[in-house]
Write a protein that binds this ligand. Sequence first.
Ligand code: UD2
Ligand code: MN
Length: 579
Amino acid sequence: MSWPVYLRRYLSKRQRGRLLNLFLFALCGFILFSLLSTNSKSSLKQPLTRDAVIERGWHAIPDYTKQRKGPGENGAGINLEGTEREEADELAKKWFMNVIASDKISLDRSIPDSRSPQCKALEYDVNKLPTVSVVIIFTDESFSALLRTVHSVVNRSPPQLLQEIVLVDDNSSLPELGEKLVKHIERFGDLVKLIRSKERLGLIRAKVRGAREARAEVLVFLDSHCEANAGWLEPLVARIAESRSAVVCPVIDSISDTSIAYMGGSAGGIGTFWWSLHYSMGGIPPEETRRRKNPEIDYIRSPTMAGGLFAANREYFFEVGAYDEEMDIWGGENLEISFRVWMCGGSIEIIPCSHVGHIFRAGHPYDMTGRKGNKDVHGTNSKRLAEVWMDDYKRLFYVHRMGLKDQDVGDLTSRHELRKKLQCKSFKWFLDNVIPQKFVPDEDVFAYGNLQTVGGLCLDTLQRLENKGTIILGVYFCQGGGSSSQAFSFSKDYEVRREATCLQVDHKNPGNPKRNALIQPCSDATKVQFKHTKGGPITHVESGLCLDVDGVESGGDVYFTECNTEKATQKWTFQKYFD
Ligand code: UD2
Ligand code: MN
């Protein structure tokens, strides 16, 4: 190596060697420094510290020890009066929520911490947990509801965990969701990303779009009218870190659609389903209660999820099939992902220490029409899931949706292939192992189908809504094949029942010779039993009365009365008897 003459003149060989070392050391240092600093510029690749968040001028994280004052604080509702109230009522016809009240409430409002004391006492090492991308999809959402969702996530997530929020705008047309939204989220820097879809995707494809865009190890989905509660994120992420195939849901607290009050909730239940493929909630079964050692904290194995609010390992989410992207707009994807995850080796769980509020709206503030003018997106989405995942049990769905049997719902090949590739278990396995308490109307019963008496008349709910409490039954012309309002089972527990409701004799006016035939929620504790053989009477065991009907008139009510073997109107036959 040749040194410049002047250096050779003034420095000894040893000094020159030291200088060289120093230079090389400085060079390495410089390279290392530049590498690190470019990395911290795209700092979202790195978990952020809380200090870094504040330093970057993002929204200051409110101090929860301070009492905030103002409309809606501490989760209070807003009571509007006079013309404002009239205006809000008018607007509710379009929004299905009180947008005026929502606009009055701070985007950073405080809400009551709905966790149990045990949950509050838990500590997590957030530096050891994986980071999170929160995906929030929306179409024409109320500006304040959407941004309160975003603010609540920023405010109540440990900065070390929250890598990014991905907003997916599903082709909204409201002007305030344009530039005004972009300006508003600037304060969050690159913590919040906004993706705009030029075409309407529907919520299923919008969620997949957001998931593809997400970069963190864990994905969390939220609806665009939520409020994340204190400590909501840590327990979700911790459970996924422990079990990669756990798809976990927070407890969904309720936010009033009329006053926007944060109303809290409890982790007292699991997700189930109706054979019509609507989501439903149920009590925690006794086996699950026994398995959970600490009822305040331990996760709850849930057969299904509501759909909107959940977290999953991002790679696992895609491995297990993300969503069926041929499903359109709204509905069905929540049961599809639930059945699929369980059947393909994962689990759906509710994490009682994680709470997120959600505004439950009575209608959809957006167009529900799917592709090709489809007005029944829930129906066609559900048929897709029934065909792929429910094996022969899809018959029970078609009892409710006979009209869909011949309906084309598009190609299912890739979803069938997915099920094969993942070697998923059968739907019977799911019923037996994940939701053994689910009543299967045509299995484990003595008889099933319509229940016919003379004159071609069948026992019928007459479209009276049995989920709204007790109803009186009647008769109607038999519908042959299978009609949901005429579907009854004679169970092995000797109940005459439907999916979740049971036949009962009206206990009012016991002296009355005609006692109403009611249908009411079944009870495990007190089973209402009947005696029956093919073509014979339906006899109430407790009172000894028999099911009867006046004349042979369609639409008439049925009742219980003294048994009379001579009377043709007391002879009943189920469509199908087993053995
Ligand atoms: C529930 C779920 C919802 C979804 C749905 C069934 C909860 C709390 N919510 O209905 O996430 O699983 O059941 O499909 O469990 N959206 C779009 N594009 C559309 C339609 C909706 O982006 O075409 C957005 C919408 O702005 C909202 C989200 O999707 O953020 C869910 O819609 P929703 O709130 O109307 O559904 P929800 O709560 O009745
Ligand atoms: Mn919602």
